[in-house]
Write a protein of this length. Structure first.
Length: 276
């Protein structure tokens, strides 16, 4: 079956995920069961990322059912069910086992009932991909911990993908500006004391309608659920000890975007303030 819109499907890389991030997401979804959560604030693009993740699934040989409110676009080889209200998703999920799907997609986990049902399906031999709102991976995880029994969540969840959309400096009028000292803590250690570090800022031109910005880029942080993170979920380890040393926070990812001219200092300022 061809793509319903007769267009090439959008991939995770098309959206701006790095190659290593795409590989991690795909490997997680290849597991026999488990919950993968995509999160962002409203308008952060998580639905597009969920749709791109669905495109990585072996849909021609597996059964994929999606519960959405509303369906934003038709997907080939996926049974998409539109519910009237988000609160109904939990009701549908409780009976989803009768359909015997391999993959279940939950457009949004709005409440504790939906979250609990998604976790139960992930524990009963299904791969569940779910969307939710949040400001970072830790915030999402803490919300899920508060909504359900910790031991069930620790067994079910496999990965959290958090994302934001960041405006890009206009490539036609961007100029280098000094990288602020207060943000150097987000840079790799070998760069923190480097002199003459620059970010970029659009000065305004006809191409960007004098705004200084043109287009958007994706800024992400991805948290694999390791043994130590499971201990954090169970209350056996503090966050700073559980967090993998390889974890790249939203602030670090945004700082990197600023250095390469693809992200704005205004965005870095915003998410830095959120983190404090």
């Amino acid at each position: 079956m061809k793509n319903p819109e007769n267009k090439k499907p959008v991939t995770l890389q098309d959206l701006g995920f790095k190659e290593a991030e795409c590989k991690l997401i795909e490997e997680t979804l290849e597991q026999s069961h488990g919950l993968t959560v995509f999160s962002s604030p409203t308008g952060g693009g998580k639905t597009a990322s969920i749709y791109a993740a669905i495109e990585t699934l072996p849909k021609k040989t597996e059964k994929v059912i999606s519960l959405e409110c509303p369906i934003e676009k038709p997907l080939a080889d996926v049974t998409q069910m539109q519910v009237k209200t988000p609160s109904e998703i939990g009701e549908y999920l409780q009976h989803m086992g009768k359909c015997d799907p391999d993959y279940i997609v939950v457009g949004e986990m709005w409440d504790a009932k939906t979250t609990r049902a998604a976790i139960q399906m992930a524990l009963s031999g299904h791969v569940v991909i779910a969307g939710t709102q949040g400001k970072n991976c830790k915030g999402v995880l803490d919300t899920l911990i508060n909504q359900d029994e910790a031991h069930l969540l620790s067994d079910a969840i496999k990965l959290i993908v958090h994302q934001r959309l960041c405006r890009k400096p206009c490539p036609n009028c961007k100029v280098p500006v000094e990288f602020p000292e207060k943000f150097r803590k987000y840079l790799p250690e070998h760069l923190r004391n480097e002199p003459n570090l620059h970010a970029y800022k659009g000065s305004g031109c006809k191409c960007c309608q004098e705004t200084g910005f043109q287009g958007q880029t994706l800024v992400t942080e991805i948290l694999p659920i390791t043994r130590k993170i499971r201990k954090y979920i169970l209350g056996e380890l503090p966050w700073n000890e559980a967090l993998p040393t390889s974890f790249i926070s939203l602030e670090k990812a945004a700082a990197e975007k600023c250095l390469n001219g693809m992200g704005s200092l205004e965005f870095l300022e915003h998410i830095s303030a959120e983190a404090t």
